[in-house]
Design a protein around this ligand. Structure first.
Ligand SMILES: N[C@@H](CCC(=O)N[C@@H](CS)C(=O)NCC(=O)O)C(=O)O
Length: 254
């Protein structure tokens, strides 16, 4: 898969007949959908887009210009990670990722809702650190302690149960990125093992779930992307190796 991000003026690649995901390689919302599609063993193509110079056709699939967006049929799209993921879970029920109990589904949504303050604190710390206030660090840790308490109360390996579900795939992309914060100078956001033992073990267990492993990026890689974006030149293509592997000149025959 090419990880090159298409930009303004670039043509939309021809539709390949599969589900097609519009994403950005470092976007946690897009990662939510990638993990769900992987967990469901769906066949899909991915088109990465440069969010600073968006290709014109992105708006046909995502009227707000955000990723992820899903082309579910040629030329037809839906957008927003939570909307797409529930659609996928209902449309492709072979590997169900939500509880059959409506109350449990509501409780899972509450976990995601309560996590939103943690997410905002992360974004401020990573990308807008001059606006960072002490109460955001507090909100972040309060939210993570609450998440750890929920994990303990549920007593299962993952929030969903013995295997991860939608709730886990919704939170994990952010948890993956939190480990980059100390590397960009935000040590107050570190998940210290003595305080977060259960949560850290949960994150480690998520990292080796096959659906996650395929797409996981290290804290160092996330830190590099964050730094590039903060310098005003987000390096969307830093993982792209297409065109490099096969360009070596052939050795002349003697
Ligand atoms: N609520 C949306 C948020 C998606 C979102 O904000 N994605 C970011 C990239 S991580 C984006 O597309 N930003 C471009 C923009 O806002 O113009 C979702 O869950 O899909």
């Amino acid at each position: 898969m090419s990880e090159k991000h298409l930009q303004t003026g670039d043509a939309l690649p021809p539709y390949g007949g599969k589900l097609r995901l519009f994403a950005m390689r470092f976007c946690p919302y897009a990662e939510r959908t990638v993990l769900v599609m992987n967990a469901k063993n769906l066949q899909y193509d991915t088109v990465f887009v440069n969010l600073d110079h968006k290709p014109e056709w992105l708006l046909n699939y995502s009227p707000k210009g955000t990723v992820p967006a899903l082309e579910y049929e040629e030329g037809k799209g839906i957008f927003d990670s939570n909307i797409i993921n529930v659609y996928l879970d209902e449309k492709y029920p072979d590997v169900p990722l939500q509880s059959t109990d409506p109350l449990r589904r509501a409780e899972d949504k509450i976990i995601v809702e309560l996590f939103s303050g943690v997410q905002s604190a992360f974004y401020t710390a990573a990308y807008n650190s001059h606006a960072l206030q002490a109460n955001m660090v507090e909100t972040y840790h309060k939210g993570l302690v609450a998440l750890q308490d929920t994990l303990r109360a549920r007593g299962t390996k993952f929030l969903h149960g013995a295997t991860p579900g939608l709730v886990d795939f919704t939170l994990f992309p952010f948890l993956e990125r939190f480990e980059a914060l100390p590397l960009v100078g935000k040590s107050e956001f570190e998940l210290v093992k003595s305080k977060y033992e259960l949560l850290v073990n949960y994150i480690e267990a998520m990292k080796i779930v096959p659906a996650v492993k395929l797409y996981y990026l290290s804290p160092e890689t996330h830190a590099k992307f964050i730094e590039s974006r903060n310098k005003g030149d987000a390096n969307y293509n830093m993982l792209d190796t297409s065109g490099v592997c096969c360009m070596r000149p052939r050795k002349k025959k003697e």
